[in-house]
Design a protein around this ligand. Sequence first.
Ligand SMILES: [Zn+2]
Ligand SMILES: [Zn+2]
Length: 297
Amino acid sequence: MTTISRLQPPSGARSLRSRINGIDWPVVTGILAMHLGCLLAPFFFTWTALIVTVLLVWLTGGIGITLCFHRLLTHRSFRSPKWFEYLLTLCGCMAWQGPPVTWVGVHRIHHRHSDESEDPHSPKDGFAWSHMFWCMSKNTDGQRAADAAKDLQRDAGMRLISRFFWIPQFVAMPLLFAGGMFVEWLGLSASGFSWLIWGVCVRTVIVYHGTWFVNSATHTWGYRNYETKDRSTNLWWVALLSFGEGWHNNHHAHQRSAAHGLRWFELDMTYWTIRLLGLLGLARDIVLPTADQRPGR
Ligand SMILES: [Zn+2]
Ligand SMILES: [Zn+2]
C-alpha cells in the first residue's frame, strides 16, 4: 500500500533517515492484518479456497496491478475503452496497494530517479527498505506523487476510484465468505472462513510480495540485457511471481513497451494477455520496441 501524506520540499540528496518521517499506521495495520491472517491459513485449508486464491492472485495481481496499474495507467503501453480501464482499475484496487493515482505517481518517480537519492524504493537504501518498509513510513511527498500522475488526476472517474480505492477489498470479504458457505452447502471442500482467509489474506500477501520483489530483487540480482543507468535486472522467479514484471531491466530500457520479456525464454504472461485483449478489441495502440532495439536472442 502506498498511502503517502507528508509534504516535503523538493531537495537534492536525502539520507534514508531523513526520508522516514514517521510510521504510516493505517498502512502498517493493513499489511500486518493480512500477514497475521496468513498464520491462520493452514488451519482453514480447503481445495476450493486454494483455487479461489490462485484465480484472485491472477485477477488482482496479474490483471489489476501488472496489466492495469503498471502497463496501462503508468506507462500507457496500450489503450483500452474507458469503461474497461475503470473495470481493470477496480481489480487493481482489490490488491490494496494504495490509490491508483498514488501508485502510478510513485512508480513514475521511481523511473525518473531510479537508484538515485530521490528513488522512493531503491535497494541502495537497504534490501528490506526497498522491499516493504518504504511504503510503511511517511516517506514520500504525496504532492509529488500526485503531480507525477496529473493525467489520471484530470479523469473524474479515476479520481473517484482513487478516493475510495479501499472499498473493493472490503466488498470482496463478505462475498467470499458467502461463496465459501454456499460451496460447502453443495458438499464440496470449502467453508466461509476458508474462502475469507485464503481469498483475502493469503492472496493479498502473495500479490504484495510479488510486487515488492520487483522493487527489491530485480534491482539486486539477475542479468542485464541493457546497460541502463540504474541497477535494474532480469530475474526469472520474479517474472513468474509477478506475471512478467521480473524482466525489469528490459522494462527500464523500454519503459513504454507492452512486452517486458523480449527474448524467447523471457515468458511474459501479461503481454500474452494484452495480445488477447487486442484480438478481442479491448486493447489497441500496443507499444513494442523496434527490431533493432531488442536484445540479441
Ligand atoms: Zn525499477
Ligand atoms: Zn514501470
